[in-house]
Design a protein around this ligand. Sequence first.
Ligand code: CA
Length: 505
Amino acid sequence: MIRFLFSCLALLFVSSSSLSAAEKPNIVVFLVDDMGVMDTSVAFLTDDNGTPKRYPLNDYYRTPSMERLANQGVRFNNFYAMSVCSPTRNSIMTGQNAARHHATNWINPWQNNKGPYGPPNWDWEGLDATDITLPGTLRKNGYKTIHVGKAHFGPEEHAGSEPLNLGFDVNVAGRSVGAPGSYYGEKDYGNPKHKNKVPGLKKYHGTETFLTEALTIEAKQHLTDTVKADQPFYLYMSHYAVHAPFNSDPRFADHYKDSGKPKNAQAFATLIEGMDKSLGDILDHLDKLGVAENTLVIFLGDNGSDAPLGHQHEVACAAPLRGKKGAHYEGGMRVPFIAAWAQPNSKNENQQKLPIPANVIQSQQAAVMDLFPTILNLTDVKIPNGHKVDGRRLDTLLTGKSDSSRSEEFLMNYPHAPHRSDYFTVYRNGDWKVIYHFYPSKQSDGSHYQLYNLKDDPFESTNLAEEKPTVLRKLMQGLVASMKAHDGQYPVSKDDGMPLQPIVP
Ligand code: CA
């Protein structure tokens, strides 16, 4: 009997230790607002041989911590986000394409901004407390879920404005707004009357602490507390940087003063560098806490670049890519993505399950909704029953291999106006990309279609819509089918208010 009791106790001991924090991987999602794939000193684009190729913007920006992360991990150069903030954010939370969750525009906190002919039932209200979310699912499975920075999941006076309603245990500085009132501590990050004031952080008010730094200090403290409590964590480190207002970060301003770039573009570069310092600080802190080898860091942007370097439809802000945030071109939706264990160690059990090679470039397509199934699988948590997920697991791609089971498709639906591009849907399949512009539309080229071969013409210089009618038809059929499969919403006709249907030629 005594022996039996002893065995039971031993069994209890084994089963509880197998659930200990040491064996569950920690996850850091490091999300940068309005950062495109070219806003970094890390070269993501490659030449025809797949070798990283530097462009002038890579030599303008300074991101040594991103270089450090990229050197110990895998980076993707065909990684897609939605073209504006909330659609991407809610896709990370739900694993669904914005075409499905229907928060297809940035969420204006104070009024429904569907636009004159936007779909009446789009999801302006964003996430609510009953929605299945990534942090909510992780929390149910023993994770401490920490939100630091920008939320922008839902409007004012709705449940989605508060991350604590959406599965997070902790919320530092997140609310309904997408931009900070100010990055300056001296200005209290937006004074009390500022519509976009950043909540919390009162202890930094009146100090010289830049917002990016204050968020980093807070994140580190929550990591320390969580590790002390021996709990695995999901840190959603969501910087307000590098979103406008382009407040120059005085710590880095000297690096850009002789660049010849406009003042705003210099300030933008200081925001990038401050964000990068934050990444380095977090990596160092994970080391210090002794959890680095058990922590997967996923770095990404939430939409294309918003660098103030030129017109949104030109090759300027994300050069050599065309376009910027909000636009239908690649510069509008291609974002940096890097994944690495914070401290590589091939003997670590979690790393053996997901071995990420050093300094590798992955060129297969992937997108923001892929984080949800990837993170749940890695943490051994099941996708809740009945929850529809569009994202696909990235496991194979993260190991640097190709995954022939993935279709090389991406759908991006923006049935709204006014923005930098109005009422459009993008569908990419393999090397081909079609952009359908709905009527009414403010597009000045007068065409309903743009068609590009991104292999031959990665910078979208030549519209092949008239020259390649067969390809155009095939791509448009694919677009319509994909929209149908996602239950996507179209703009409505200005004549009768009925949903517009794309014209397949
Ligand atoms: Ca954004």
